[in-house]
Each structure stands twice: as C-alpha cells, then as structure tokens.
Write a new protein. Structure first.
Length: 68
C-alpha cells in the first residue's frame, strides 16, 4: 500500500512538473509574439515619422524658394 501511494505521489509530481514546464513555455511564446508585434508597431511608427519629417522638410524648401 505504501509503495502504491509513493508511486502515485511521484506520478503526480511528474505531471505537475510537466504542466508547469508547458505553462512556462507557453508564457515564453506569448512574450516572444508580443515583443515581435511591438517591434513591428515601433517600426511602422518610425517610418511614419520619417515620412512626415521628409514632407515638412520639402514644404520648408518650397517656402524658402518662394521667398527668393
């Protein structure tokens, strides 16, 4: 009976250990996905800002040329 209880307890520990590892792996994957998405959003924002700055520079050049 004690051997059966010991085996059962050990089996539960292994199952818990496996489920914990799976949960940690899933969390890691979620973090990786979210970091990738955040990087893409930052890149999109940087491209938008670059475009807007270039447009303002061009507008400024045109205004300066009109003053001549």
């Amino acid at each position: 009976m004690i051997a059966g209880m010991t085996t059962s307890f050990y089996s539960c520990r292994e199952t818990t250990k496996e489920k914990s590892k799976e949960a940690v792996d899933a969390i890691g994957e979620d973090i990786e996905t979210n970091v990738k998405k955040a990087g893409e959003k930052i890149e999109e924002g940087a491209k938008k800002v670059k475009k807007e700055v270039q447009e303002k520079v061009e507008d400024g050049k045109e205004a300066t040329e009109d003053m001549k």
